[in-house]
Design a protein around this ligand. Structure first.
Ligand SMILES: Nc1ncnc2c1ncn2[C@@H]1O[C@H](COP(=O)(O)OP(=O)(O)O)[C@@H](O)[C@H]1O
Ligand SMILES: O=C(OP(=O)(O)O)[C@H](O)COP(=O)(O)O
Length: 403
């Protein structure tokens, strides 16, 4: 089924029209400082093309996982400022999502102007499990565009989320796929056909329950699955090891036991880990065997033996997909696992894709060569679900005939 694209919308003509763009601007922050603006940069081409064509561009996005109410910690203010710097024009930030401030901000836009709505997850209806609530919120978002409005879905990192600003809004307004979503899907599609073998997948990060669910579907497709980061401790617990204060999803232990049994040698866990007595850059640290984590200690990185083993598997890979840092790379004592694994991927001749906000940020923040990777994707969970063969709701809803 055909999907209308940004080019189609530009062909129809946009001057004076209000176009709602869903971007993924979920950037890593240190206080109010953006530590990596990769997602803002990736969102620019679509926003710029619309603005240059004379549209009034209203960008909607989330930041982090606030609890469905305004929370200054998750304000998009730093993102509006950065977007303005990169565009070379002021980007006003509405103080709410669909309220008076949003309406006034949109009304004040001139042709070619760009505005940002406040964090869309400040409204509980964005992520509600109730489709009716999401539809009501999407209708409010759509109403901001008046007559002649359109929606461009460009937030690849969120197309796996059935959320109001991604899904229901595309059912409400004439909807178009943005350039970033199309480009990401094109690269990822090369991994789903006949990937060059061996095909290695490296998983880490902290969104453990989300990503454990993906492993079952990925196992039959890959030759090696290397698991580090916050993910590995539920597996270590499933093997009967103590994990101290490490990240643990206790209700997934049985799932992990089953996965270990099914996976055999394919699934590789770290043999050693860097543990700390606190979640802090100046905590006391030790490197211990993965089956010897003591009470009161938490695993915050994979150890050097594990890096060597993972690197060995990655060296000869034909295709590599990596999502999720191997440790808390934002703190120097826990960055070496991520650095070592990323370097091994960059050094190998494999077709390599790294996906995820933090994984892509890690590549840049740790100073690794970006050209060592065939593709750096803005979406981690979205890429994984695509590779798993799952339908991405935010993409499916754009297909004509679905609406
Ligand atoms: N052992 C660990 N314990 C706690 N957090 C971890 C651990 N390893 C990695 N992390 C954290 O995981 C976060 C990234 O996870 P995630 O969002 O799943 O990755 P991505 O954004 O690349 O998809 C990073 O902020 C990193 O500090
Ligand atoms: O950071 C994101 O995903 P990722 O960590 O899987 O790359 C996206 O912005 C989606 O965020 P969410 O996982 O809170 O829905």
């Amino acid at each position: 089924m055909a999907t209308k694209t940004l080019d189609d919308l530009l062909g129809e003509g946009v001057p004076g029209r209000i176009v709602l763009v869903r971007s993924d601007l979920n950037v890593p922050l240190d206080g109010s400082t953006i530590t990596d603006d990769g997602r803002v940069r990736a969102a620019l081409p679509t926003i710029r093309r619309l603005a240059e064509a004379g549209a009034r561009v209203v960008v909607t996005a989330h930041l982090g996982r606030p609890k469905g109410e305004p929370d200054a910690k998750y304000s998009l203010a730093p993102v509006a400022a950065r977007l303005g710097e990169l565009l070379g024009a002021d980007v006003p930030l509405a103080a709410d999502v669909t309220g008076d401030s949003a309406r006034q901000t949109v009304a004040a836009l001139a042709d070619g102007g760009v505005a940002l709505l406040e964090n869309v997850r400040f409204d509980p209806r964005e992520t509600s499990k109730d489709a009716g609530e999401r539809a009501a919120f999407a209708a409010e978002l759509a109403a901001l565009t008046g007559s002649g409005g359109a929606f461009v879905s460009d937030g690849f990192g969120v197309v796996h989320r059935k959320q109001a600003s991604v899904y229901e809004v595309a059912e409400t307004l004439p909807a178009y796929a943005g350039g970033l979503v199309l480009a990401e899907l094109e690269v990822l599609s090369t991994l789903t056909g006949e990937p060059r073998r061996p095909y290695a997948v490296v998983l880490g990060g902290s969104k453990v329950s989300d990503k454990l669910a993906v492993i079952e579907a990925l196992l039959p497709k890959v030759d090696n699955l290397l698991v580090g980061g916050g993910m590995c401790f539920t597996f270590l617990a499933a093997k009967g090891h103590a994990v101290g204060n490490s990240l643990l999803e206790s209700d997934m232990i049985d799932t992990c036991k089953q996965l270990l049994a099914d996976a055999g040698d394919k699934l590789v866990l770290p043999s050693d880990v860097v543990v700390a007595d606190a979640f802090s850059a100046d905590a006391a640290t030790r490197t211990v065997a993965a089956d010897a984590i003591e009470d009161g200690w938490m695993g915050l990185d994979i150890g050097p033996d594990s890096v060597r083993a993972f690197a060995g598997a990655l060296e000869g890979a034909g295709t590599t997909f990596w999502n999720g840092p191997m440790g808390v790379f934002e703190m120097a004592p826990f960055a070496e696992g991520t650095r070592g694994v990323a370097q091994a991927i960059a050094d190998s001749a494999a077709f390599s894709v790294v996906g995820g906000g933090d994984s892509a940020a890690a590549v840049r923040l740790l100073g690794l060569p970006e050209d060592g990777f065939s593709h750096i994707s803005t979406g981690g969970g979205a890429s994984l679900e695509y590779l798993e063969g799952k339908e991405l709701p935010g993409v499916a809803v754009l297909e004509e005939g679905v609406r």
